[in-house]
Design a protein around this ligand. Structure first.
Ligand SMILES: Nc1nc2c([nH]c(=O)n2[C@H]2C[C@H](O)[C@@H](COP(=O)(O)OP(=O)(O)OP(=O)(O)O)O2)c(=O)[nH]1
Length: 145
C-alpha cells in the first residue's frame, strides 16, 4: 500500500490513502460486489471502487473504477456515511451514492459475483468490515428500509 508524503508548516506527515466506493442504487436496491482477489478478502463483499491515484479527484476515480470493474457509466452523488479508517489508519474508505447512466448494465469484469440488494437483503452477504457502518447508513435509503 502506498501513502503520500505531504509537506506543510515545515512538517512532513503521512496522509491516509483514500479508497473510494460507489453505492450504486437502482429501483431501491444497491449493487454489492464479491471480491475475487486477493485471497485474504476474496469472497467478501464491497462497493465497487478503489484507490484514488495521486492528483486524481475522488469522483473521477469512482467514474474510472466503475468503468474498469463494471463496464458502466455512473453519475456520482452525495457522500454516504462517514470515513472509515482501515489498515491501522493508513487508509480510509469513503463512499459516495451513485446512479447508472444511459441504461448501462453492470458486468462482473473483476468481481466473482454482483447482486442487487434491497434493505431487507443487506445482511445476506459478508461485507468487508470497513463497509459495515456504511451499509448501516445506506439501509434507510433503500426499499423496505
Ligand atoms: N473498492 C473497495 N475497496 C474496499 C472496500 N472496503 C474495503 O475494506 N476495501 C479495501 C479492500 C482493499 O484493501 C482496498 C481497495 O483496494 P483495491 O484493490 O480495490 O484498489 P484498486 O482497485 O485501486 O487496486 P490496485 O490498483 O491497488 O490493484 O480497500 C469497498 O467497499 N470497496
Amino acid at each position: 500500500m502506498r501513502t503520500e508524503r505531504v509537506s506543510g508548516n515545515g512538517q512532513d506527515r503521512r496522509e491516509p490513502r483514500v479508497v473510494v466506493g460507489a453505492a450504486i442504487i437502482m429501483d431501491g436496491r444497491v449493487l454489492a460486489c464479491e471480491r475475487s482477489a486477493p485471497p485474504e478478502v476474496a469472497g467478501r463483499w464491497e462497493f465497487p471502487g478503489g484507490k484514488v491515484e495521486p492528483g486524481e479527484i475522488e469522483t473521477d476515480a469512482l467514474v474510472r473504477e466503475c468503468a474498469e470493474e463494471l463496464g458502466v457509466r455512473v453519475e456520482i452523488g452525495d457522500r454516504l456515511g462517514r470515513d472509515v479508517r482501515m489498515a491501522h489508519g493508513r487508509s480510509v474508505l469513503r463512499v459516495y451514492l451513485a446512479r447508472l447512466l444511459h441504461g448501462d448494465e453492470p458486468k462482473a469484469l473483476e468481481h466473482s459475483e454482483l447482486r442487487w440488494l434491497s434493505a431487507a437483503e443487506l445482511d445476506t452477504v459478508d461485507w468487508l468490515p470497513a463497509d459495515v457502518p456504511i451499509v448501516a447508513a445506506l439501509r434507510p435509503l433503500l426499499a423496505g428500509g
